[in-house]
Design a protein around this ligand. Sequence first.
Ligand code: ADP
Ligand code: MG
Length: 251
Amino acid sequence: MNATDTADAVPRVALKGLSKTFGHFDVLTGIDLEIRAGEVVCVIGPSGSGKSTMLRCVNLLEVPTSGSVEIDGIDITGRKVDINTVRSRVGMVFQQFNLFPHMTALRNVTLALRRVRGMSKEDAGEVARKSLAQVGLADKAGSRPAQLSGGQQQRVAIARALAMDPEVMLFDEVTSALDPELIKGVLRVMTDLAEAGMTMMVVTHEMGFAREVADRVIFMDAGAIVEAGSPSEMFDHPRTERLQNYLAEVL
Ligand code: ADP
Ligand code: MG
């Protein structure tokens, strides 16, 4: 086996029996999922089905009750793992952009590079400018969030995650808070990222995006993966009644 074969054999992300309980409520009931490097997985399902909790377990915003999360074969739920290392290897973008309002776009992006990576102001600035260019905002480095549209703010949030050079990017309903005319630009950036080979887990209600961009679509309900397959299998030939009913509601 050569080095490439070995790399391919280890999934980029592996969820093994991932469970999460809040009080007496089982939010995730033993999720098994492997994602290859470069794969784009879209996660769909009704509100409250555990999509966000699953994503939050992948970057340790939630600690699993049992089971494990592996990134490139390394169990990040192990005791010795440094949380900052995990967070910089796993980028996450949320519905709310969570930008610091008093900082420019550039400073929002350089912050973690300087604090977590310990980069010099100059080096961090260079990386941040590249990331902002990647999301089409090279000319907005000096703007504060209030001077940007919601779509532009969300693209700054994406640039902030990309600047850390992550192994995988998690997107949790990142267009849900945006006005319709601003959604396209954000989806465009995500499509470009997917085409550039980024490994992505995308929770989304944008079924058009899932159909076009996903390698695999996963349908969650009540804390479990109920059905998974290619976009055409999932959207054109859903097998379970639960997925059929869900699609009838959202499409
Ligand atoms: P989804 O993203 O699919 O809408 P979530 O993962 O946000 O679902 O939530 C799944 C369930 O877990 C919901 O019923 C939610 O109320 C519950 N839940 C999520 N986070 C917490 C928490 N911190 N404490 C208690 N219950 C929670
Ligand atoms: Mg959610």
